[in-house]
Design a protein around this ligand. Structure first.
Ligand SMILES: Cc1cc2nc3c(=O)[nH]c(=O)nc-3n(C[C@H](O)[C@H](O)[C@H](O)COP(=O)(O)OP(=O)(O)OC[C@H]3O[C@@H](n4cnc5c(N)ncnc54)[C@H](O)[C@@H]3O)c2cc1C
Ligand code: FES
Length: 383
């Protein structure tokens, strides 16, 4: 592992859009292999992998916007697993991108990345993807609120805005559980010292036993209003654990911030992804819901309306049914963010609570998110 190098930034094409139109984002837009040039230890359980072109030299074969993510694919234990990781570097650096990954104690892919990957390894990746972006054109100031590893898209945005000498005020609010979880401390200090427009406020909720002498406690309305003047008039981006995001969103609503000024990115469910058929379904009863036909696999079954667990009980989603039937639909976040589970619906109707990763064109072409889709009548999907 080596010391992080700071290279001279170069111009970026900020009109670049992530391709979210194809059914499989790992295969859409740009897809291929990138080479790990370096690995940086950020905290005891967080590492950054620096990816460069497969040849090890030159510019990345795509551009991206600050705040976007990449989908990565790994073969682990004989199964292909796809996970999304936000880009933590600035697109001003065309020769590399950084992904910062927290090791989940029982996580399949994050443990693989943090424990095993080393310089010289290749990573199958696709993207860039996502609309949780900020380039400075969207508003005159920005409030970036994150907790834990949710800091990654915010860091990319703060680096980009600093390196492009953006004129607006940047309020960077970061919540950590322990003082030792404060990742990128030196980098954030460097950005703050070099950019008078960047205002950094870090709070630690469990500072006991450390020499932390900054803000203490979780994110509260007081912390928000004390650290961000005229908060209600600003645009806010939030990324972090689901509970923190929901809590912060309702605090902002109570403080009077219009909902349309708040953008969020969900990293996914904290629950384990069901690895095998039937893990989310109560298989004791006969399914009685609408019938789903998977046209490519030639399988069909009715939706269960009596799930005891899963992402959104009690109705099964198309993804959950596909897992029960052994129909291969790839997934990553299971919360509607990443777009990995996109499939084409040939007939029927579904309800989808979250459609963040569907473009207008997707919807016009009958693309649905299998992890969100709850059939309203009999449907046929291409899977
Ligand atoms: C748009 C987007 C951007 C993201 N960006 C980042 C990022 O920048 N950095 C980052 O680190 N992550 C990011 N994520 C999250 C990332 O994609 C993965 O979800 C995360 O790394 C966990 O994957 P995993 O395979 O290790 O865990 P999984 O194997 O999918 O497990 C999910 C969770 O369940 C727990 N678990 C697994 N098995 C069990 C069990 N038997 N009992 C109890 N608990 C269990 C795991 O500890 C883990 O917390 C992002 C997600 C999205 C959607
Ligand atoms: S798995 Fe991410 S959108 Fe469905």
């Amino acid at each position: 592992m080596s010391k992080r190098a700071t290279k001279k930034p170069i111009a970026v094409d900020s009109s670049a859009e992530g391709d979210t139109q194809s059914p499989s984002p790992v295969k859409s837009g740009w897809a291929g292999y990138l080479r790990i040039e370096d690995v940086f230890l950020e905290t005891a359980d967080v590492k950054t992998i620096r990816l460069v072109p497969e040849s090890g030299d030159g510019e990345l074969p795509f551009t991206y916007l600050p705040g976007q993510f990449m989908n990565t694919a790994f073969w682990i234990g004989g199964a292909r697993m796809i996970r999304s990781y936000s880009i933590s570097s600035s697109p001003t650096h065309r020769d590399h991108l950084d992904l910062t990954v927290r090791r989940e104690p029982r996580g399949a892919v994050s443990r693989h990345i943090v424990d095993l990957l080393k310089p010289g390894d290749y990573v199958e990746t696709g993207g860039p993807v996502g609309t949780f972006t900020f380039t400075g054109k969207e508003s005159e100031s920005i409030v970036l609120i994150s907790a834990g590893v949710g800091v990654t898209p915010m860091l990319s945005i703060a680096r980009y805005l600093t390196e492009t000498s953006w004129k607006g005020e940047i309020y960077f609010l970061f919540s950590c559980k322990f003082a030792t979880d404060y990742m990128f401390a030196a980098e954030l200090k460097r950005l703050e010292d070099g950019n008078p427009k960047l205002h950094l406020a870090v709070t630690v909720s469990r500072p006991e036993g450390s020499d932390w002498n900054g803000h203490r406690g979780r994110i509260t309305p007081e912390f928000l209003t004390e650290t961000v003047p005229d908060l209600v008039s600003r645009r806010v981006h939030i990324c972090g654990p689901l509970a923190m995001m929901e809590g912060t969103e309702s605090m902002l609503a109570e403080l009077g911030l219009p909902k349309e000024n708040v953008k969020t990115e969900k990293f996914g469910t904290p629950k384990p992804s069901p690895a095998a058929a039937g893990t989310t379904a109560s298989t004791s009863s006969t399914p009685t819901g609408p019938k789903v036909t998977f046209s490519q696999s030639n399988k069909s079954s009715r939706i269960r309306l009596d799930l005891q667990q899963g992402d959104s009980p009690p109705e099964q989603t198309v993804l959950e049914l596909s897992e029960e039937l052994g129909v291969a639909i790839q997934f990553s976040c299971r919360v509607g963010t990443c777009g990995v589970c996109k499939v084409r619906m040939k007939s029927g109707e579904v309800k989808q609570a979250v459609k963040d990763s569907l473009t207008g064109e997707d919807q016009a072409n009958g693309i649905i998110l299998a992890c969100q889709a709850k059939p309203q009548n009999d449907i046929t999907v291409e899977a």
